[in-house]
Design a protein around this ligand. Structure first.
Ligand SMILES: *Cc1c(COP(=O)(O)O)cnc(C)c1O
Length: 384
């Protein structure tokens, strides 16, 4: 360890979205079905890519810094959330929006604005999106974890309440929750929402709606009444723009002002702003494909339930979560082995939280997922 580095960084690992295990020999040039990071299985349609190429050629000045205020894109985001808020009396303005280099940047900005320098700890219910904990730890922010029900994945609210009331130093300043949760796919229940609403104003409630376009359940209108709630959304999933790194936060104007202070000044490249704007202008074209994807999801779930070894949950998002039924001695060893053998077969899936998360792909990819799982689960050499 270099002597000028913070000693606590030695305990942390860099985030690797597609972890490779040592010594594996995969066929060269194999085309993986990438079902481990919950992206859309399809790109932007060619006509939108062509529009963006035209924009790049004719309107983007490559020698100039991007618009650091994101005015045009913020206005388009306002129109979109207004349209999708389920509450026509809700009125959002650009003062409610901050744009980030992916929602990851906004998560970091929220952590800096609330907890940095010993000011606070965060609370998460595991299993959940790993980035909250990863980003908090890189900033030296403590992470308090509570569990979830093994059957419904609802947050253990008694434990959560106890953690909040616990006089600890630093106190919990922010609760991060995904709606619907990743990797487990469940939306917030009435009990969870009531608990979040009961939290005092000095605790920030972050509701990450990365999968909103698939679930169509949102609590975005609540931010207008609650100064301590913030919603995160992203262009990385339903909008097919993971390559461009654009996310946004919707919250109280004073919170948004704080986020704008701590984010990097030119956090969003001009081309990414243009891509997100184009996606919003053509949102009906992009979002029209979601019902077919949800149909694929229910077919995949039905087919997965035919495997006697698997426990399969319903999902409100673009992925499914499964666990092994039999009480294996080392479930994580078996799950790691399944993940590895699926990879050798050509399908990437995610081993996390004591289960497997599989993104809904194209019809052909989902078919291969089933065929390959069938092979892997019947090889009979799974570690017992
Ligand atoms: C995919 C995902 C995001 C998106 O992150 P970006 O940085 O915007 O790509 C955010 N939150 C959750 C829970 C996710 O699963």
């Amino acid at each position: 360890m270099l002597p000028f580095l913070r000693p606590d960084l030695a305990q942390l690992k860099a985030y690797t979205p597609h972890p490779a295990s040592a010594g594996e020999s995969l066929p060269p040039a194999i085309e993986f079905d990438q079902l481990d990071t919950n992206e859309s299985p399809v790109q932007l349609p060619d006509e939108l890519k062509a529009k963006l190429a035209w924009t790049y050629q004719h309107t983007i000045a490559t020698n100039r810094y991007p618009d650091g205020g994101h005015d045009v894109l913020k206005q388009a985001v306002v129109e979109y959330i207004q349209e999708s808020s389920h509450d026509s009396s809700a009125t959002f303005t650009t003062s409610h929006i901050s744009l980030g280099n992916g929602s990851d940047e906004l998560i970091r900005a929220l952590l800096i604005a609330t907890c940095l320098g010993g000011a606070g700890a965060i609370l998460v219910a595991e299993p959940t999106f790993s980035m909250y904990g990863i980003l908090a730890r890189t900033l030296g922010i403590p992470v308090v974890t509570v569990g979830r029900s093994d059957t419904t994945f609802e947050t253990n609210l008694a434990a959560a309440q106890e953690a909040i009331e616990d006089t600890q130093n630093p106190p919990i300043r922010a609760v991060f929750i995904v709606h619907p949760n990743s990797p487990t796919g469940n939306a917030l229940t009435t009990a969870e929402l009531d608990w979040l609403r009961s939290l005092p104003e000095h605790i920030l409630v972050v509701v990450d709606e990365a999968y909103f376009e698939f679930s169509q359940t949102t609590v975005v209108h609540e931010v207008l009444a609650r100064s301590n709630w913030v919603i995160l959304r992203t262009f990385s999933k339903a909008f097919r723009l993971a390559a461009h790194r654009v996310g946004y936060a919707i919250g109280h104007p004073d919170l948004i002002t704080a986020l704008e202070k701590v984010r990097l000044p030119y956090n969003l490249p001009t081309f990414s702003q243009a891509a997100a704007h184009t996606a919003l202008l053509h949102r009906h074209l992009l979002l029209d494909s979601i019902p077919a994807l949800l149909q694929e999801r229910s077919q995949l779930i039905t087919a997965l339930r035919q495997f006697p070894q698997l426990q399969v949950w319903d999902s409100s998002a673009n992925f499914v979560y499964i666990r092994l039924k039999s009480p294996l001695l080392k479930p994580d060893t078996a799950l790691a082995q399944i993940t590895q053998e699926m990879k050798i077969q050509g399908t990437l899936i995610r081993h996390t939280g004591g289960g497997l998360r599989i993104t809904i792909g194209t019809a052909a990819e989902n078919q291969r997922t089933l065929e390959r799982l069938n092979v892997v689960l019947h090889q009979g050499n799974l570690v017992e």
